[in-house]
Design a binder for this molecule. Structure first.
Ligand SMILES: Nc1ncnc2c1ncn2[C@@H]1O[C@H](COP(=O)(O)OP(=O)(O)OP(=O)(O)O)[C@@H](O)[C@H]1O
Ligand SMILES: [Mg+2]
Length: 360
């Protein structure tokens, strides 16, 4: 069953088309992420579902009911904003109870509901504190509890972890997933962190300039991006453009100026002869220091451009013949005992199935 359905939804702000003909169905109990660069319309989609914005055209359906004309407070939806805006003069308890008090529930019911939420987000013993006496992660938990206490069918989260540092973000990612499973609600989560979206989501949608470019499971989007825009957005940074000269058995051959013919995987729907782009994942590049080795269909000479130590990985940037910069990620515990140095000549090698051809 689909809990949230958007059909041909358009929302403009003056000249700006914030959401451009978006059609999307989100299943009951799903963890769905909306991924996209700044200004691509992610927040606007959440605001439309919550009823804080009204679409110019198209329909929004929640639990089989068209809600275009329903005000926010009657929709079975709650939203956690990016800057979770707790009431600073209220305690944790009062912040969480706020929505219930608005609904005029009894003191006893409110106390029980708040205590249940406090246990759920693991804030026992801290209910009498004020927001300023909490860490960022704890404040985030209060915001989540406050949004969940009304038992929304759909919880909308706008960059819920953006304000947290890296370590805390990772802890809260696991926490969000656990919460979603425990309350069994549909979560729609906006982020511009691709690793977060890939890790947390059952499915995700990639937005760009108001349009939804692709919807799928993390694996589908990672393995079969429909365009180079999607591919770049989920971390496929190495690309080379050329002409398709031949296709056979799901492989394509591409001729790019100044390069030997490249062999790579065709996209699922095939590819037309003409111009195309080959994309190669940074973790799939093999770096050969002492001349090319056997076993790879593609070999490019390259010069080491930049070396970045990244904890348990090295990030290498290489300059290709056409001056393009390609990136490789190599685990520190990997094969390169001696780190490469800028200016060094190497060969970048990759297997045909590790490159994907996309129409450009
Ligand atoms: N109230 C408004 N008035 C005018 N333009 C707006 C308004 N709200 C949003 N926009 C514009 O609509 C577009 C989409 O905005 P939106 O806030 O949905 O983007 P976003 O994907 O959430 O971006 P970010 O990642 O920066 O939060 C942007 O170009 C934005 O400037
Ligand atoms: Mg936003």
């Amino acid at each position: 069953m689909h809990t949230v359905v958007l059909e041909n939804v358009v929302k403009t702000h003056g000249q700006v088309v914030a959401v451009d003909d978006v059609t999307l169905s989100i299943k009951s109990g799903e963890f769905f992420s909306i991924l996209g660069p700044s200004g691509s319309g992610k927040t606007t989609i959440l605001r439309l579902i919550a009823g804080l914005d009204v679409p110019d055209s198209g329909t929004i359906t929640l639990q089989q009911r068209i809600v275009n004309a329903d005000p926010p407070h009657v929709r079975p939806v709650n939203m956690v904003f990016q800057h979770y805006a707790l009431f600073p003069h209220m305690t944790v308890f009062e912040n969480i109870a706020f929505g219930l008090r608005m609904h005029r529930q009894s003191r006893q019911d409110i106390r029980e509901a708040v205590e249940e939420m406090v246990a759920l987000v693991r804030l026992k013993g801290k209910t009498q504190r004020f927001p300023a006496q909490l860490s960022g992660g704890e404040q985030q938990r209060v915001a989540l509890a406050r949004a969940l206490v009304n038992r929304p069918v759909v919880l909308l989260l706008d960059e819920p972890l953006a304000a947290l540092d890296q370590q805390l973000r990772q802890d809260m990612q696991a926490e969000l997933k656990r919460l979603q499973q425990e309350v069994n609600a549909t979560f729609i989560c906006v982020t511009h962190q691709q690793d977060e979206a890939l890790m947390l989501s059952d499915r995700l949608g990639v937005m760009h300039r108001g349009t939804l470019l692709q919807v799928g499971t993390p694996q589908e989007i990672y393995e079969q991006p429909v365009s180079s825009t999607v591919a770049k957005f989920i971390g496929l940074s190495n690309s080379l453009s050329g002409m398709v000269t031949r296709t056979e058995n799901n492989f394509c051959w591409i001729q790019a100026e100044a390069f030997p013919t490249v062999m790579a995987r065709c996209p699922e729907g095939g590819v037309e002869h003409g111009s195309a782009t080959v994309m190669v994942r940074p973790e799939r590049l093999h770096i050969s220091v002492d001349g090319p080795v056997n076993g790879y269909e593609n070999t490019f000479p390259a010069i080491v451009h930049h070396v970045v130590f990244h904890g348990n990985e090295m990030f290498y940037q290489f300059r290709l013949r056409n001056d393009a910069i390609w990136t490789a990620r190599v685990p520190i515990a990997g094969t390169h005992a001696r780190p490469l140095v800028p200016g060094q000549s190497v060969y970048l090698q990759w297997a045909a199935h590790d490159g994907l051809v996309l129409s450009s």
